[in-house]
Design a protein around this ligand. Structure first.
Ligand SMILES: [Mg+2]
Length: 262
């Protein structure tokens, strides 16, 4: 059973005061609220300040489903680690990595692009985001009355390619994502990061908000602190009820481990 983080700060507090804590923060739905269109999800200046302050105290990474270039530009702090495309692309001042999704997955994504752009032209409000290693179809702004028709058209367009086995379909936050069907996700990326000297020996605090974060919660179950924002998820040890609670928590952490949250 997940515990409400703001009432159970002991573990975070002690790891922080021992200097053993590292931070892994998701962007959309965690550091920012969910915007109607993905390009509208800007990081508030005060959140950026607190993330920057935290990066001086703790090894820190932003982990996102956005492309690496997009997430780096949105957060805009040079000294931290970024993992984009659900961990397929990682960069930092200390190391970088691009996961090779393979020729077949790349060409499967290539072949899906025109079909999805065709759907975007037909369905008002639909937004296709090409993240090179992932294709995302956002339907948040689609008229709900059109959803079933859109879903049938999407299944028809994606069906054959998915049956080919080189891509897989994931669903998050009113978006369908076509991703390479490789054994790599936010959880594997987190494990990889924890092996880098920059993070090695630290206990991770991972904060996320949707299904793509569950892989990360699972991967650190025994060795860290997993926090799901928005609801108590079975897979995460802790939760925050609202996205608005993230910033006060991070501020508390940035100020120092020995003060109370009150
Ligand atoms: Mg998120």
């Amino acid at each position: 059973m997940a515990a409400y983080l703001l009432r159970h700060l002991e573990k975070t507090s002690s790891l922080s005061s021992e200097g053993r804590l590292s931070l892994f923060l998701d962007y959309d739905g965690t550091l920012t609220g969910i915007a109607g269109r993905p390009e509208e999800a800007h990081l508030p200046a005060r959140t950026m300040e607190v993330v920057e302050a935290l990066s001086l105290r703790f090894p820190l990474a932003i982990v996102s489903g956005r492309s690496l270039a997009d997430i780096k530009a949105r957060v805009g702090i040079d000294s931290i680690v970024y993992a984009g495309n659900h961990g397929l692309e990682i960069s930092s001042p200390h190391f970088s990595m691009t996961y090779d999704i393979g020729r077949e997955a790349r060409s499967a994504l290539e072949s899906m692009r025109p079909a999805l752009l065709g759907l975007e032209r037909i369905f008002p409000g639909l937004l296709v985001e090409d993240k090179a290693l992932t294709l995302t179809v956002h339907y948040r702004l689609l008229d709900p009355a059109l959803f079933e028709v859109f879903k049938d058209a999407f299944d028809l367009a994606a069906g054959a390619v998915l049956r080919g086995g080189f891509l897989r379909l994931t669903h998050s936050r009113k978006a369908f994502e076509l991703r390479a069907n490789v054994g790599w996700d936010k959880g594997r990326a987190l494990e990889w990061l924890l092996e880098r000297p920059f993070f090695k020996g630290t206990a991770p605090l991972y904060m996320g908000d949707d299904d793509t974060d569950v892989d990360a919660y699972r991967s650190i179950k025994s060795k860290g602190i997993s926090v799901n924002v928005g609801r108590a998820a079975d897979e995460a040890g802790y939760f925050l009820m609202y996205q608005k609670e993230v910033e006060p928590f991070l501020k508390w952490l940035a100020r120092g481990p020995l003060r109370s949250a009150a």
